[in-house]
Ligand binder design. Structure first.
Ligand code: ADP
Ligand code: MG
Length: 663
């Protein structure tokens, strides 16, 4: 049902909602709150001894006073609480003439505010208030991520309406199953999530929603697995040590184990369909490269798809020597490759063994000779259909997906019973933790001194910001101007997605060769870029990035033997800034977990894209008990041949897609 079916939502409002990813009534009631504020406990001033906000009911007992002091306006009224020390409480608004005018003398209102002691009265500054029968105050209030044009109050009003239109098809579990496992109906859980009746009920509802959503994922995985099992007669013969001895480093134990898992899969009577998880810098790429070489040595083609042109170029360049050593022929194909036709011909007639590229691999009508292995790097950036199209190019291919998106351990142990999952859980030896500092925008001078010293020590520096050209003082263009002026002695270059491929390639090449001291870039360098001599990452407007992106960006340094540093620059370097999570931890999983805690939700299983209603359930914070209960229900359903669960959503998915690639 379209959102405009709700009272009060017309074309304009519905456009605003689209920005939140909400276009149907169902999207709306599946839009979970970011957090809650417990405004449910009514207080009197005598009860409170802190500066926190509390819920009060007061009657307005004076007229409204409004005064100007220079540029400032203050407005105030008085209310009374007889039992309190002074009785008198002044409600005061600064620079807001209009809000207090809504208060009517003699009438009672609900307030949500902190109160401080003045000389002969109490004072409440800019108090939040509402009518006595309004539930904005006096309840546990859900707080949503907002966008321009939509207030929290509005979302809550529309939410009330939306829930009345709950689509019964979204209740996938039968009454029997609900009863057997003591679960509430989904629409009841949703109501509790949006309009909590108590903290205990809310906690239970959240837990049940998570559980059922994970359950959906598990059933989906089980189906995928069945659908993607193709028999094959690929036979790989190899002497792994002969290959590994050509590498310039020894694989970690984890890498070695994962490599063997993948090769065993590929050599089995059924095609591989495996997910490889490993934190930034854990060395996933080389594992995939070795597998590709083994396929090539056995006369099969393989392809690696990466999300950006820059990364494709880099993976290609970095490994070309290794390919040469084995006499394996590799090629690079991106949207702007000049010799596309030639490359495509060589792929078709089998002259090329290994193809590395961007989604040009699927956009261009590339035909393979005998594609048997497909790798997808940083998979979260591709849609499901993009991924499967690449695999469709080969008749029967072995498929490997790589991601740095962490999966909680308790969950991964269980999930690996359903899907093939490999995990690299250590970093190469000798890596030093990256020292991370949160720096106020006013402390740039310290930074400049560090930059100077770093470059004098022959290291290189990345500087990243979030926009190219705007009136933002920290735009790429502006920073380029500032840096050129401040460091005329250094070689500084700029890199962003809108540049021509050739220019990007040249700049990256120069940075690789140490010809550039400071590389100013956008997040084009977020994934994969790998220059061991660069030991400093400086990120401007750091608060404009998600923590996981920042962790990825930071992962660009700390790749060599040098002490490495990351500076996060923010206008607000206070201890409460969420960026401190990065200062305190270098562990991608830890960071993701805390990030989700702060944001109150995350799509940790985002690789399990199952249709339109992607939930944002906080899988990372599922307890062991919850996970176990979920698997218990899953096993019960599976044993019962999926009686008791409506799997239409899964079937729809398979109808839309001829063939599914698991990841
Ligand atoms: P990610 O898992 O983030 O994709 P990469 O594959 O880019 O990590 O590896 C990061 C860097 O570590 C690369 O320069 C790679 O060559 C190097 N590397 C990978 N494995 C090892 C290892 N076992 N010992 C030393 N360096 C390694
Ligand atoms: Mg990588």
């Amino acid at each position: 049902m379209d959102l405009t079916a709700l009272r009060g939502i017309g074309d304009k409002k519905s456009k605003d909602f689209k920005r939140l990813g909400i276009s149907s009534v169902s999207d709306l009631y599946n839009y979970y709150p970011r957090e809650y504020e417990d405004r449910s406990k009514l207080k009197n001033i005598v009860d409170i001894a802190d500066n926190n906000k509390h819920f009060f009911i007061w009657r307005i007992s004076s007229r409204l006073y409004q005064k100007n002091f220079g540029k400032m306006t203050i407005s105030y009224v008085y209310v009374y609480e007889e039992k309190s020390e002074f009785g008198k409480i002044r409600l005061i608004w600064f620079n807001d003439r209009f809000t207090p005018r809504r208060l009517v003398r003699g009438r009672e209102y609900k307030f949500y505010t902190s109160v401080s002691k003045k000389n002969a009265f109490y004072e409440a500054g800019n108090p939040l208030f509402c009518d006595i029968d309004d539930d904005e105050i006096g309840s546990i209030v859900s707080i949503y991520p907002l966008t321009r044009g939509i207030s929290n109050k509005q979302i809550r009003q529309f939410m009330g309406q939306a829930l009345a239109y709950f689509d019964k098809r979204e209740e996938i579990l039968s009454d029997n199953i609900l009863e057997e496992f003591s679960l509430n109906k989904r629409c009841e859980n949703l109501r509790e999530i949006h309009f909590p009746t108590s903290i205990a009920n809310l906690t239970e509802a959240k837990s049940q929603i998570k559980l059922v959503d994970l359950l959906k994922d598990l059933c989906f995985l089980d189906f995928l697995k069945k659908m993607t099992k193709f028999s094959q007669d690929t036979h790989l013969s190899y002497k792994i040590d002969n290959i590994l001895s050509e590498l310039s480093f020894t694989l970690t134990r984890s890498q070695r184990k994962v490599l063997e898992e993948i090769l065993d899969d590929c050599n089995s009577p059924y095609t591989a369909n495996r997910l490889l998880v490993g934190d930034v810098g854990s060395g996933k790429t080389i594992v995939a490269i070795v597998v590709m070489i083994i396929f090539a040595l056995n006369g099969y083609q393989s392809a690696m798809m990466v999300p950006t042109e820059l990364l494709a170029i880099q993976q290609f360049e970095k490994n070309i020597e290794l390919f040469d050593k084995f006499n394996v022929k590799a090629a690079l194909l991106t949207g702007s490759s000049k010799d596309k036709e030639e490359i495509k011909k060589a792929i078709k007639n089998g002259e090329i063994d290994i193809l590395i590229g961007t989604h040009a691999l699927i956009v261009e009508d590339v035909e393979f000779y005998n594609l048997k292995f497909v790798v997808n790097d940083e998979q979260h950036r591709f849609g499901v259909s993009q991924r499967q199209m690449l695999a469709l190019k080969g008749e029967v291919v072995n498929y490997l997906t790589m991601t740095a998106t962490p999966i909680p351990r308790t969950l991964s142990l269980k999930i690996s019973e359903i899907i093939d999952l490999s995990i690299i859980n250590e970093l190469p030896k000798g890596r030093k933790p990256i020292e991370t500092k949160l720096l106020g925008s006013d402390k740039i001078e310290i930074l400049y001194e560090n930059i100077e010293r770093t470059i004098k020590e022959n290291r290189q520096i990345y500087v990243v910001t979030n926009n190219i050209d705007s009136d933002d003082k920290n735009s790429l263009e502006n920073l380029y101007g500032i840096y050129k002026k401040r460091f005329p002695q250094f070689k500084i270059s700029i890199l962003h997605g809108k540049m021509k491929a050739k220019d990007k390639e040249d700049i990256l090449g120069d940075f690789n060769d140490g010809k550039i001291d400071i590389l100013l870039a956008t997040t084009v360098i977020e994934v994969g870029i790998d220059v061991a001599n660069a030991n400093t990452m400086i990120i401007y407007n750091a608060n404009n990035f998600g923590l996981s992106t920042l962790h990825q960006l930071r992962g660009r340094v700390g790749r060599g033997e040098y002490e490495s540093y990351c500076y996060l620059i923010s206008d607000n370097p206070s201890p409460s800034n969420k960026l401190n999570i990065l200062v305190e931890s270098n562990d991608g999983f830890e960071i993701a977990k805390k990030d989700y805690e702060k944001r109150g939700g995350g799509k940790i299983l985002s690789y399990l894209q199952h249709g339109k209603n992607l939930s944002t359930v906080d899988f990372l914070n599922m307890s062991k008990d919850e996970i176990e209960k979920c698997f218990k229900i899953y096993e019960r359903l599976k044993d019962g041949n999926y009686q008791g669960i409506d799997l239409t959503y899964v079937e729809e998915y398979f109808r839309e897609n001829k063939r599914i690639i698991l990841n």
